[in-house]
Design a binder for this molecule. Structure first.
Ligand code: IPE
Ligand code: IPE
Ligand code: MG
Length: 228
């Protein structure tokens, strides 16, 4: 079976999952973190080399302060407890997104987890927090100017090395849960030729068996990259 090198997931539906049970949205986010742990394990076992998970977008700051605060607190807690699992599986942690505007404590925790796992040689776990593709592309363009590139030097390769995903292979399989059929500002550049897989399941209900189904579906796809 052809295993995708890079799988990216838009983890959506935590709020609806909680609402269905009459619970506060944050309970859905907590359940969603359990799913992250299970999917990390399953993706690593399946031989995926890069797993990118969309946890918080540049647009998610629009949510009520209470939810944003709770999400940041949850993120911080998990940045601290992920380490044993990452170490056991040899997973490298990498943050995607802007550190600007993020609480200082979280920045420190992100850097600490990146440093602590830097030498691991298994799968790379890219966690997208305060991530927006348009911001990423705009800052790559700005960096080209800062680096003094001439107009004829600004090409695809010049932009690629200035993205947060510099050096990471393109997304092969892009999964979205919760029944929404949209990209929501995630990996616009990197998903140019990604295979899309949308499921109606809400993120807390997505598990290793569902990941396996998505991988099997991917293996059946015929990719042409514009050729014949
Ligand atoms: C996805 O779940 C997680 C984040 C965006 C933080 P949502 O919170 O968007 O859940 P729904 O889409 O409202 O159900
Ligand atoms: C996308 O989900 C962002 C994350 C999963 C982090 P949203 O819930 O923010 O997306 P929209 O608003 O439904 O497009
Ligand atoms: Mg949502």
């Amino acid at each position: 079976m052809t295993v995708p090198t890079h799988v990216a997931i838009i983890m959506d539906g935590n709020g609806r999952w909680a609402a269905q049970r009459g619970w506060a949205r944050i309970k859905g986010h907590k359940a969603g973190v359990q799913t992250v742990e299970h999917i990390l394990e399953a993706a690593s076992d399946a031989g995926i080399r890069h797993l990118s998970l969309y946890a918080f977008s540049t647009e998610n700051w629009k949510r009520p302060a209470l939810e944003v605060g709770a999400l940041m607190a949850l993120l911080r807690m998990y940045l601290r407890i992920f380490l044993p699992q990452l170490t056991r599986k040899g997973i490298r942690f990498h943050h995607l997104g802007s550190l600007e505007g993020m609480p200082e404590g979280i920045r420190q925790d992100i850097r600490a987890l990146e440093d602590a796992t830097a030498a691991n040689s298994g799968m790379t776990f890219h966690l997208a927090v305060n991530y927006g593709s348009r911001l990423e592309l705009a800052q790559a363009a700005r960096r080209c100017v800062e680096d003094g590139l001439r107009p004829d030097q600004v090409d695809e390769a010049a932009l690629e090395v200035r993205l947060w995903t510099a050096g990471v292979p393109d997304v092969d399989l892009l999964i979205r849960t919760s029944g929404e059929h949209r990209i929501s500002n995630f990996m616009l550049w990197q998903s140019a030729y990604a295979e899309l897989y949308m499921t109606d399941l809400l993120w807390p209900d997505f598990g290793p068996a569902q990941l396996q189904e998505a991988l099997e579906d991917f293996a059946q796809r015929e990719r042409r990259f514009g050729g014949i």
